[in-house]
Design a protein around this ligand. Sequence first.
Ligand code: NDP
Length: 341
Amino acid sequence: MAVLVTGANGFIAKYIVNDLLNEGYDVIGVVRSQAKADLLIKQFGGNPHLVMEVVNDITLLDAFDSVFQKHAKEIEIILHCASPLPSEGNDYEKTHVLPAVNGTVSVLEAAKKYAAQTVKRVVITSSVAAVMDPAKHDGSTFILDENHWCPLTLADAHGNSHTAYMVSKTKAERAAWEFLEANRKEVRFELATLLPVYVFGPQLFKEDAVGGLNYSNGQIQSVLCSSPGGELEDNTFKNFVDVRDVARSHLLAFQKAGAAGKRLLLCKSLYSAQDLANILNERFPQLKGKIAEGPNPGKYDVNSVVTQHFRAEEILGLKYKTLEESVYETVSQALEVGLRT
Ligand code: NDP
């Protein structure tokens, strides 16, 4: 039995591949180019249980046909992680919505066409973005849960790539549930979607941190690269979860019967830029006096608001890493590769 992982070279997906291999699964990883496939093979030491395939355009509705034509008999689980993160552009339909939505539908269509009776579970990496509703944000008292759907459309984006990302993730997740509803009699698989908040943590392979951290760790990098007395970039409250917990959740979401048919928010706690500055200043004496301290040094906001995202903890049995552990390990690795001297 094999697990198909799309976007296998991503920050989160590398940990998923690693966990799968450690648990004895055969993995079929999909990336966008042969060079990316070769790098992954090399990084995983030529592990014979990892096979790489290239799909260079996931927006084509038959994008994954070739992968299933080759591997349909082996694939029992699909973990669909590939999707664009926020990035600047002027055609968000093309750069964000199409890859997110068509990428999701094309992998589901291929499963239906070639492995309708043998694929057992599909897990989609959605996002907290798919439940957020900025109009309802009510300071610290707004509680997100899995019953919400983000109501935004591209008309709300006005050049904002975060909004475009939210729309793309919402549409992609909806497309997955709608696909299942429309094809329930024809496919055997169950669906689970995972909705992580901001994902922090070290890169699985140290070399991937060289030259700069990935999108979500950018929040930590901006504090790490701040100046003494400088403003913290964004001091609003956000939610955090560690990459290793997110990866683990992808395995549990197909291993646990109770995850079938569920949307599961993955969230450890709130954080603010002040919390990040506190951890960096307190845990890394070598940074003291070189980076910003923030307006309220030493005042932690992490536990000031109660958040309710207990479904994943209950169903998957997760015990999340703390913000301090995650940030400490991320920064230790960043310092090791010379991101800040
Ligand atoms: P990465 O950017 O590291 O990984 C994204 C993966 O998706 C890469 O393999 C990338 O391939 C692929 N991808 C991006 N755009 C396209 C496209 N247009 N066509 C095909 N493949 C594409 O990000 P993460 O690991 O952080 O994210 C993985 C998943 O987790 C995504 O679905 C993201 O939305 C979701 N997520 C991430 C959060 C976070 O804080 N990091 C929070 C919530 C959800 P390539 O390397 O070729 O670009």
